[in-house]
Ligand binder design. Sequence first.
Ligand code: MSP
Length: 641
Amino acid sequence: MHKKTCYTTTPIYYVTAKPHLGSLYSTVIADVITRWHQLKGYDTYMLTGTDEHGQKVFQAATAAGKDPKSFVDSFIESYHDTWQKYEIAYTHFIRTTDASHIAAVQEWIRQLQAKGDIYKALYEGWYCTPCETFVTETEINEQRAAGHDQPHCPTCGRPVQAMQEETYFFRLSAYQDRLLAYYAEHPDFIIPRERAHEVIQFVKSGLKDLSISRKTVTWGIPFPGDEHQVTYVWADALNNYITAIGWGQKGKEAEFKHWWPANVQVMGKDIIRFHAIYWPAFLMAIDQPLPKHLLVHGWIKVDKQKMSKSLGNVVDPIVLYNEYGADAVRYYLMRHMAVTHDGEFAIADLEQAITSELANDLGNLLNRTISLAEKHDALKLDDPRLWSPAALELIEQAWQTIESVSEYMDDLMIHMAVARLWKFINQVNAYFHAHEPWKLAKDNRKQFIEVLAVTCHSLYVIGVIAWPIMPYKMQELLAALGCKLQVDTEHDRLADIALSYHQRTFILTKGAPLFVKPEPKEASVEEPKVEPTYIAIDDVAKVELLVGTIAHAETVPKSDKLLMLQVDFGPLGVRQVLAGIRQSYEPAELHGQQALFVGNLKPRMMLGHESQGMLLVAKDVNGKAIIMRPLVAVPNGSRLA
Ligand code: MSP
């Protein structure tokens, strides 16, 4: 029998650090879409991985004093670990340094060369290393016209470097008309549709040929036929979507045919141009069909700014996992970040969602149902043969929910699907309350059993539909009902729900609460908004703020908070300072670092050691204390003015 297939991809991540919440977001979206198809019996393949070549990675490796390969290798484990903790059920993790990928990219270039799609010429223009992108002269001219002296990257806003080198060009301009025709004929190629406009405008304004090699970069895939050039990192990276499933590799033709074209390729809005223009043209050049949908999501922002390493507002997914668990975070990202828009991430909102939506709306419903059944000896629940009109109404609401959630999921509007599911959860809660089963238990056993049974059926529907979002917690919910969800390519589990209303016996088990409400934390209590208390300039002058170099740092016995620092204040001598940063820094990391100190704080004893000053720190979004230091070194003992 021919099986329906679903191939989903995430962008491959630059490996200059551990994954952050932005990378997790793209990955969870792809995982949810994959699992949704698994629920419907599709044969699925989910691809994720890492983008390891190029100038950006090379520079980061050099700054870290490592060779690029061992530098990228050092982060791979943290990707595997994070994805495993967050239940990302990927089929394959590709690394662009994999030998099979390298060979297939070279094969792709050879095919383009044979076709006449590649020629050598001088590239003169601008380059943004953080985005690994060529910035066009037109874009820089627009900036100049708008009064900006410093040429900058239109995507990330950072300065660009002038570049002039012989490179190989891909005849992108030759694909302009075909691309425009494709967008017109496939209005749901780019989702959401609004994002297609900017792409179409860009293509209509005239596509220039694209440089697909670099001469001054060495960390990349050797360009076939020219040992002085490496493949441009985006030409290398985009091809991962086909090389991972066997394109260009002998004996893997059937595998490739089985999966390609991809059903959904997920990416953030910052990389739409690469995926919606270059990538389709790359595929057209080798006569391959284009992916069915590109799902373009917005950015996660913290304090209204895009989360990024350079801004220092990066949220660590592992910190969130340890505090709230994977499923709560997955739920929050999928429901509270509208996939089509930028979303603001705030711990307070996450905690609020866990408390009111997960613990109260859903967890309590399960808990109350099972507690009541336990109290009145009804832990084994058989279906009534006939449902009463009130129960049938709830069953009807369940059908409508399945239908609307499916529509939203098929349109990839995940946040809408989750919100719609919660409407049903509220309907079930309303039904449960209105029928007061705790009273029926004494007066009308038959009706009591029916209320419990239809509530359990509703919880079963919820457990199945919400499984792609919260795989672990929903299996736990189903287990409490005596059920287990098994996804395979033989069954459409959504369609199966329809059969279950007259066939299912629930065997209920009381367990720990499904979701734990986060404890209100002292630190997370909103600071009361008070008018600032102003101080006079003389008061400021009283505080002596000094720059010093931490010559030595060590732990303090019996303290998991303190580090003891020997600080060199130049002409003011070396002083001992105790600081509560044990949880944030290893002593060795601090050696030789300059930092800011209060110099004239009255010395005091801490755990038997004298502290002769105070280190200044600020907390990052994960609560880690970050030392403050001058942008460039200044003499020790300098006083802040
Ligand atoms: N290596 C390229 C992608 C190559 S795909 C052939 C790249 N990597 S990245 O690591 O910089 O970004 C990967 C993905 O993470 C992008 O989809 C990007 O939009 C997403 N995010 C990075 N920061 C983000 C937020 N703050 N919010 C949401 N997603 C963001 O680009």
